[in-house]
Design a protein around this ligand. Structure first.
Ligand code: NAD
Length: 357
């Protein structure tokens, strides 16, 4: 059955992958609701923006009348909530926006969804029964793991370290409370670090690729020994759509790639891939650009996900290994200089209203 998906944050890194996946590989309709902060880039949905099944609304999820209007006009079957402030370093410098969007915004969206769903219960109980509110979150809500053993499961207690992860943890609690208290049919997913095409160049992997290409230093926090579990963004997008359409109401699913790497290993692998695919003009190796810089406060040491539940219950498995996904990512940045050049020089923000509105 063709459904209407209301995707918040669909101009962001993961949201745009979800939007592209839905339009390119399913017959569903998509309404993309995005405020277009610095992290929102409509050029990331340009490949699907002209499709008749795609709509874009520029709106803030904290704006209750705008959210009510979006629900009333588009009558969604599924909400996939990805809009968030998402960068840990920014949350340390300025936590207010994280509290506002991640907590207040999630509350406003939940209330808009609840009012709409209650209307459905009276008007169309079958559609109300099938309605889903899927909240997309992070493994950072679990804090960090001591030593090399152990994995985050869906029952690991929350222990967030940064203003970012604390605001995401709070939003997860709100979503679960709206399910327990009001019966809103919700789902939560917590995923490990994503990487892939269309990733904003402030995050580790694209930052390192672009710095290396420019011959700039590759800054690695502390000793580079922090361990993250990496997942290719398109594998995450497919997992999210599987959960939104097939997950059990009230459940949480952890999503991860079984790819635990230290930050230093990631940077060294990127250097080696670039050395092969785009050797530097002068003699030398990209690895020579690696420099160690002072660690960030509260930096979690290790995250690692047990994705067994989503694999067992929904049959999801990632298609990419770390090696194949990273190779695709480096190749994408080499082939799509226009996209990242326009992010670096700020011109991606100038044409916001020109695409897909
Ligand atoms: P992103 O920063 O690339 O994109 C966020 C999007 O939300 C942007 O398009 C931005 O314009 C929009 N947005 C921000 N505030 C808004 C508001 N008030 N109203 C409407 N739109 C707003 O983030 P991302 O990396 O794509 O992450 C998406 C979600 O997935 C987030 O909730 C994040 O916590 C979660 N997540 C991210 C990762 C990761 O590795 N990037 C891993 C696990 C979970």
């Amino acid at each position: 059955m063709v459904k209407t998906f209301l995707v918040t944050g669909g101009a962001g890194f993961i949201g745009s992958a979800v939007v592209r996946e839905l339009i390119q590989h399913t017959s569903h309709r998509v309404v993309n609701v995005d405020k277009l902060t610095y992290a929102g880039n409509l050029e990331s949905v340009a490949p699907v923006a002209d499709d008749a099944r795609y709509r874009f609304i520029q709106a803030d999820i904290c704006d209750a009348p705008a959210m009510a209007a979006a629900f009333a006009e588009h009558q969604p079957d599924v909400v996939m909530h990805l809009a968030a402030e998402s960068h840990v370093d920014r949350s340390i410098d300025g936590p207010a926006a994280f509290v506002e969007t991640n907590l207040v915004g999630t509350y406003v969206l939940l209330e808009a969804a609840r009012a709409y769903w209650r209307g459905l219960l009276e008007a169309d109980p079958e559609r109300a029964r099938d309605f889903r509110f899927h909240h997309i979150s992070t493994d950072e809500v679990y804090g960090d793991l001591e030593g090399p053993e152990g994995l985050f499961t869906e029952s690991t207690p929350y222990a967030p370290s940064s203003p970012y992860s604390a605001s995401k943890a709070g939003s997860d609690h709100l979503v679960r409370a709206w399910q327990r208290t009001y019966g809103l049919p919700t789902l939560v997913t917590n995923c490990s670090n994503n990487y892939g095409p269309y990733h904003f160049p402030e995050k580790l992997i694209p930052l390192m690729i672009l710095n290396a290409l420019a011959g700039k230093p590759l800054p690695v926090y502390g000793d580079g020994g922090q361990i993250r579990d990496w997942l290719y963004v398109e594998d995450h997008a497919r997992a999210l759509i599987q959960v939104a359409t097939g997950g059990a109401v009230g459940e949480t699913y952890n999503i991860g790639g079984h790819n635990e790497k230290t930050n230093l290993e990631v940077v060294e692998t990127l250097c080696d891939l670039l050395q092969e695919l785009r050797p530097p003009a002068a003699d030398g190796h990209y690895r020579d650009l690696i420099t160690f810089v002072q660690d960030r406060p509260g930096h979690d040491r290790r995250y690692a996900i047990d994705a067994g539940k989503i694999e067992r219950e929904l049959g999801w498995v990632p298609r990419e290994t770390f090696e194949s996904g990273l190779r695709k990512t480096v190749a994408w940045y080499l082939q799509n200089q226009d996209w990242w050049q326009r992010v670096l020089d700020g011109s991606y923000q100038g044409e916001r209203l020109g695409v897909g509105v």
